[in-house]
Design a protein around this ligand. Structure first.
Ligand code: NAD
Length: 354
């Protein structure tokens, strides 16, 4: 809108990016004056955690491999016991948003330094946001203690990410950049980063989907994921993230897939109000409207496109729309319950958005 008025809060984490960068883990531990690390993984990535412990060597690391989706508080308690009995003084979260979420939950309670080694494109490593679940309820908070001090992006760890997770997680990443473009607290630096994130992911994801072993494509996708994570951490999200939170929190839909399915619809809806701000999406994709471009991109990637496929019923859509309008929050286009219900119904059947 031409008015030069903004706040740039800075980007506070140290980032080491490249292929083979895990070799820097000892150096990075030293920078943080860390003597012994608690390595956090999911059960599926336990072996990678053990290999990292062996690389650190001696009595410099122990592994806890119980991380799981949505950061349940009882898992955090178990990990805290291991952290204390091992006498660790930093955590290394190796994995996607689930492992990184556990590291954040421990840091929130102890103030311990975190090194994150992300292996998906979810972006959690660059944010001071933590969502935790207890008794079936998900609460989200922001706190400076939650932000990891150091992030080691090692392309090598992303080579094993399965194709389906690669494309869904890639769409999840684009979602952060898309909402940063119209965020109420956007600023010129993060807007540039968001546009570059979309450009990188738009180029890289089709290459990696065609050949998951494409190292250049993997590096470009991870670069985009870093940028997207940074803009997620630096701005406030709107309708898209809110709807994903409602579906994930109340209907237990999988994180990355939910983002992938909803994104064309939420962007299509908001484009009616902020078409010009969303131009980087059209520019990076096929030049049509931002919503259509994302929808066609998802189909091309063979990403999931229908909420129906996640097991939601039409009655669930009614309840989701009701929850989504309960608490007001910023969105560039005002909406009511009926409009959200219609948007969800389009996403349920996978209809091409406007
Ligand atoms: P995830 O961490 O749950 O990973 C999904 C599965 O893929 C896991 O089994 C994991 O072990 C496996 N995996 C991860 N990387 C792999 C690789 N390179 N090779 C093989 N397998 C691999 O999934 P996610 O989408 O990264 O994270 C989702 C969670 O993160 C949700 O709980 C979400 O709420 C949270 N999240 C939080 C933020 C934030 O800022 N707080 C941002 C994004 C996501």
């Amino acid at each position: 809108n031409g008015s030069r008025s903004f706040v740039f809060p800075g980007i506070r984490s140290r980032v080491v990016f490249g292929a083979g960068t895990i070799s820097q883990v000892g150096v990075e531990m030293k920078r943080l004056e860390c003597r012994k690390a608690l390595i956090l993984t999911t059960p599926q990535q336990r072996e990678d955690g053990e290999a990292l412990a062996a690389r650190i060597g001696g009595s410099g690391a122990v592994v806890f491999s119980g991380a799981t989706m949505h950061t349940p508080v009882d898992v955090t308690r178990k990990a805290l016991e291991v952290y204390e009995s091992a006498d660790a003084d930093c955590v290394i979260s190796l994995g996607g948003g689930s492992s990184i979420g556990l590291g954040k939950a421990i840091a929130l309670r102890t103030g311990v330094d975190q090194i994150a080694v992300p292996t998906t494109y979810a972006g959690s490593e660059m944010t001071d946001i933590l969502g935790e679940t207890q008794n079936g309820e998900k609460t989200t908070r922001r706190d400076p203690a939650i932000l990891p001090e150091t992030v080691i992006y090692d392309v090598d760890f992303t080579m094993t990410l399965p194709k389906s997770m690669t494309v869904s997680s890639g769409m999840n990443s684009i979602a952060h950049a898309a909402e940063a473009l119209y965020a109420s607290d956007r600023n010129p630096i993060l807007s540039m980063m968001a546009a570059d994130a979309i450009k990188s992911l738009a180029a890289a994801l089709p290459a990696v989907a065609a050949d998951p072993a494409d190292r250049n494509g993997r590096a470009e996708a991870l670069y985009g994921a870093w940028l997207s994570g940074a803009v997620l951490g630096g701005t406030s999200m709107a309708l898209h993230h809110k709807l994903c939170h409602v579906l994930g929190g109340s209907f237990d839909t999988p994180h990355a897939e939910t983002h992938a399915i909803l994104l064309p619809h939420t962007v299509g809806f908001n484009a009616a109000a902020v078409d010009e701000l969303l131009k980087p999406i059209s520019d990076a994709l096929d030049g049509t409207t931002p919503g259509k471009a994302l929808h066609r991109f998802a189909i091309r990637l063979e990403a999931p496109t229908k909420l129906k496929e996640l097991g939601l019923s039409e009655a669930d859509l009614d309840r989701a729309a009701e929850i989504a309008v309960k608490n007001p929050y910023f969105n560039p286009r005002p909406f009511d319950q009926a409009e959200i219900r219609a948007l969800l119904r389009d996403a349920w059947i996978g209809r091409e958005p406007p």
